[in-house]
Design a protein around this ligand. Structure first.
Ligand SMILES: [Zn+2]
Length: 464
């Protein structure tokens, strides 16, 4: 069975025709020009299939590539090849593979990325065709519905079989994409519920490949199940010191702004985000992620960190306490093959329920409570306040930190359906604060004139 598929060369937008044959036998054979690195493609496809529960056919797979000009076949053809193999092995049924072009590199989880070193192509749009591109490229084609941003293979299949749209990177015409199968520790699953239900800004720290981006997208998806279509904005990390935070916040209005790899950003750039992020709290759900150290593997369960202790510490010191205070909770992300699969429907049920409680009580989400409302509507027991106060004092935390913990504690209580915030809710919230997460605790703030240690905050805690 031979499939005709099309991808396009990112260098010049020219079509690249592929024929993928799946026949009896056991090898992977190529014909046509290709880049040397392309020999890794079969392994990537194999792993990607497994993570979605598709099987890698025990057959001979033949690929004939016909790049007419421009680049030889490379990782940009991963997605098109994967579709060819899935159809050829009768796992997908699609009538007409000639009506779309697909470009993207797959990772081992089956997620679609921009091929290394590629720029957004200037595609000549033929409106009779659909173009599948990595989701982050959708920005460049926000007004062109024929260009569909996708983050994984399952989205392509759902799109082609149901006509659903998932290209919500900037546009607001998203439907509800399927949740990815994911393994997460019980703690992380709980943190996910809390931060999604209360719309709490959160900071994820973990080694590469542990799914920090997927978590951010899952939060966005869950929120869409509650609120309907909202944008997801993941800015390309800045190469220049000019941070376009105002534009990102505007694009993400009502939705999720995901700042990835912030450990690689210049410190000044990070610090310049503090005020805008604070102001955006009521409009945008801000999520950020970083590796724990320069090599990325500090604290990894199986791989060794290659950094010297001083280098790893210097990396963590990049995040000042006032910067971290913009996030209500911090979660360490690890991947462990023993972790349970996430029961998305169950988490979603709780998130939806807790969201409704907050809206009914305050007309807004807990992360967005301000000033008077924060104290009036939080309904915490006296003992819970005492725990908060004594933690704040002993840990030397800013007023802003105490308010974050209080808001998170309210959400924890909402997830239990409790009217009052009890001591245990406060303890749980303290445990999810950045200062309790071990990784980032051994430094003071950068002196940039921020008044993070003053208690003259207009929203300060009630008198003790
Ligand atoms: Zn390291």
């Amino acid at each position: 069975m031979v499939q005709d598929l099309f991808t396009f060369s990112p260098a010049d937008g020219q079509s690249v025709a592929l024929q993928v044959g799946v026949h009896p036998g056991y090898s992977f054979q190529w014909t046509g020009r290709r880049q040397p690195q392309s020999r890794e493609i079969p392994q990537r496809l194999h792993a990607a299939f497994r993570s979605f529960g598709w099987r890698w056919p025990g057959k001979r797979i033949t690929v004939l590539a016909k790049p007419e000009q421009g680049q030889p076949l490379g990782s940009y053809a991963d997605v098109a090849l994967a579709i060819g193999v899935l159809i050829g092995s009768n796992q997908w049924t699609l009538q007409d593979t000639r009506r779309f072009w697909a470009l993207g590199q797959l990772d081992l989880r089956g997620h679609i990325h921009v091929p290394v070193g590629m720029e957004v192509p200037r595609i000549l749009i033929d409106v009779s065709l659909i173009y599948f591109v990595p989701l982050v490229w959708k920005h460049a084609f926000a007004d062109i519905p024929e260009v569909v941003g996708v983050s994984n293979l399952a989205e392509i299949f759902a799109y082609l079989s149901d006509g659903q749209r998932f290209d919500a990177a900037v546009g607001r015409n998203a439907s509800k994409p399927p949740f990815l199968p994911m393994r997460l520790s019980a703690l992380l699953q709980f943190q996910l519920q809390v931060l999604t239900a209360g719309r709490h800004p959160a900071f994820f720290v973990g080694p590469p490949g542990t799914g920090k981006t997927e978590l951010a997208r899952a939060i966005w998806q869950m929120t869409m199940h509650v609120e309907g279509p909202i944008p997801f904005v993941e800015p390309v990390p800045p190469n220049s010191p000019r941070i376009q935070i105002a534009r990102w916040i505007q694009q993400a209005h009502g939705g999720v702004l995901f700042l990835d790899e912030v450990g690689e950003w210049p410190i000044r750039a990070l610090e310049s985000l503090r005020k805008p992020l604070e102001e955006a709290l009521s409009d945008v759900h801000v999520l950020a992620a970083s590796n724990p150290c320069p090599c990325g593997f500090s604290g990894h369960s199986t791989l060794m960190c290659q950094c010297t202790p001083s280098r790893a510490l210097a990396y963590q010191r990049r995040f000042s306490a006032p910067w971290l205070d913009r996030f209500h909770l911090c979660a360490q992300v690890q991947s462990d093959a023993e972790d349970p699969w996430v029961e998305w429907e169950q988490i979603l049920f709780q998130v939806r329920h807790a969201s409704q409680l907050q809206l009914a009580r305050n007309g807004t989400y807990n992360a967005r409570l301000k000033g008077e409302a924060l104290w009036k509507d939080i309904s915490a027991k006296k003992e819970a306040f005492e725990i908060l106060r004594s933690w704040q004092k002993s840990a030397g935390m800013a007023e802003r930190s105490a308010q974050s913990v209080l808001r998170v504690a309210r959400t924890v209580a909402d997830l239990e359906g409790k009217v009052w915030v009890h001591e245990r809710h406060m303890q749980t919230a303290i445990g999810m604060h950045w200062s309790s997460q071990g990784l980032i605790s051994t430094f003071g703030p950068l002196d940039l004139g921020d008044s993070w240690t003053t208690s003259k905050d207009p929203h300060s805690l009630p008198p003790q």
